[in-house]
Design a protein around this ligand. Structure first.
Ligand code: SAH
Ligand code: SF4
Ligand code: F3S
Length: 453
């Protein structure tokens, strides 16, 4: 009897860069005959692609491993083996410790080495070895990855990895390593492959994506704005986005790209972390609030409708009520379309974790609640302002209700529309008729009728 095709299950935690890595991991494993499954109980290989950014995210991995152990034991009773892999940033940060803490794990592999997973799976299965690879290899994973085969209307493409900025709260420089920009040619090739697979939208990714300075053919550094311009020429590709940016790398050419490049969507995610210059200094952010506001002003000058998004930390060590009020005031002044906010989580190995003046947990939680109430209000307000407008929406997948499709507006809002399934993959004009905080409701009929009128 022919052996059944082997199945791979991947759970992805954390940021978009991890989602990109998971996509690439599927492509690596497809080369050795694996198919993906959504059911863990059917998987021969289970990968947890983990995140170490806050304690909660890192600890979730261990509770998930507890559940996975039960599933693995059930499969064993049926004579089926399961190889369990911890990949990503927890793997990088904790390495061998994971094997000790979770005996169920077979392989621990860091974010820069996952292209080696097929070999390790073979060793784990054949020789019953437990493997740890947390190298920052000199041969880059990108050089070993196969071409893009995944079909996604909206796809991620990592152009820059790692970080040299060492904000005092952050683990990324330790888990992802130093800053590296991929060469221009390699990225353009990958973007073309994605467009050939049907991608209509590409989001360029990097921990500091606007610090991108990859080499062109002549070995000269090229800016993110130049890269975007190049990618915008690819036929079939309709929309380009990028994330995450750092205020210190927001160059004039990137700001002007928002005016000049039609395919570049009017959306900017620019984290400011704290509204207090004193706290920013303690965070080693190396930018002040005036500079941040100046950048936003310049972006709004060239693209008045731009949707702004940010990341905010409350309860950083030494944050007083006054510092927190400065954060609230900044949010009131800017008016965000959406934002991610967190209470500070001390991380092993980071400078801030050893500062004496830690803010009490309940104080940080109260501040977060207050901040999130304001952000919710602003998001709803931003969404409400779209009612009555006609927006181009990239229809991506079926909605919850029958006959419904869901897509994204240029401002990254989810839009629900009654539309036939054949319209998936199209960018259509939609009349926005209603809104909640999280999504918009649109009507195709009225938009089309208006066009006819
Ligand atoms: N490179 C990006 C951020 C990457 S991490 C930047 O510089 O803005 C994503 C977000 O997680 C950060 O913006 C920050 O808001 C949050 N974060 C990082 N470390 C954290 C910590 N120790 N506690 C709480 N939030 C944290
Ligand atoms: Fe972390 Fe700061 Fe680097 Fe962003 S810039 S990844 S917050 S160290
Ligand atoms: Fe988390 Fe690593 Fe991304 S720590 S946020 S998965 S870079």
């Amino acid at each position: 009897m022919p052996r059944a095709v082997k199945k791979l299950f991947v759970k992805t935690y954390g940021c978009q860069m991890n989602q990109y890595d998971s996509d690439r991991l599927f492509e690596v494993m497809a080369e050795i005959g694996f198919e993906s499954t959504d059911e863990m109980a059917k998987a021969d290989v289970v990968v947890l692609n983990t995140c170490h950014i806050r304690e909660k995210a890192a600890e979730k991995v261990y509770s998930d491993l507890g559940r996975i152990k039960l599933i693995r034991n059930k499969r064993l009773q049926k004579g089926e083996e399961t190889t369990i892999v911890v990949a990503g940033c927890v793997a990088q940060a904790e390495g061998r410790e994971i094997l000790a803490r979770a005996p169920v794990v077979n392989i621990v592999i860091g974010p820069q080495s996952f292209h080696r997973l097929p070999d390790y799976i073979f060793s784990a299965e054949q020789h019953k070895q437990r493997i740890v690879d947390t190298d920052f290899p000199t041969d880059l994973k990108f050089e070993h990855l196969p071409g893009r085969s995944i079909k996604k209307l909206s796809a991620f493409l990592t152009v820059q990895e790692g970080c040299d900025k060492f904000c005092t709260f952050c683990v990324v420089p330790y888990t992802r390593g130093g800053e590296y920009s991929r060469p221009l040619k390699e990225i353009v090739r990958e973007a073309k492959e994605l467009a050939q697979q049907g991608s209509k939208e590409i989001t360029l990714l990097g921990q500091n994506v606007n610090a991108y300075h990859g080499a062109n053919k002549k070995g000269q550094p090229v800016s993110l704005a130049r890269l975007i311009k190049k990618i915008a020429k690819i036929d079939g590709l309709e929309r380009i986005r990028y994330t995450t940016s750092h205020p210190n790398d927001m160059s004039t050419d990137l700001i002007e790209a928002h005016r000049d490049i039609e395919k570049l969507m009017p959306y900017l995610h620019l984290p400011f972390q704290s509204g207090s210059d004193k706290i920013l200094k303690a965070m080693n952010r190396d930018h002040q609030i005036d500079k941040y506001l100046d950048i936003l002003g310049r972006v709004r000058d060239v693209r008045p409708d731009i949707a702004l998004s940010t990341d905010i930390i409350v309860g950083f060590p030494g944050e007083t009520d006054q510092d927190f009020e400065a954060t609230m005031q900044l949010v009131r002044d800017v008016k965000y379309a959406q934002a991610y906010s967190f209470t500070y989580s001390p991380r092993p190995g980071t400078t801030a974790a050893s500062i004496e003046d830690q803010v009490e947990k309940h104080v940080a939680s109260e501040r977060l609640q207050q901040l999130q109430a304001l952000l919710k209000e602003q998001q709803l307000e931003f969404n409400r302002a779209q009612i009555g407008k006609k927006l181009p929406v990239l229809l991506e997948k079926p909605g919850r209700e029958p006959g419904q499709l869901v897509g994204r507006s240029p401002y990254l809002q989810l839009v629900h529309v009654i539309a036939p399934d054949e319209m998936r993959g199209q960018i259509v004009e939609v009349d926005i008729v209603d809104t909640t905080r999280n999504s918009l409701a649109g009507s195709l009929k009225r938009a089309q009728n208006k066009e006819l009128a």
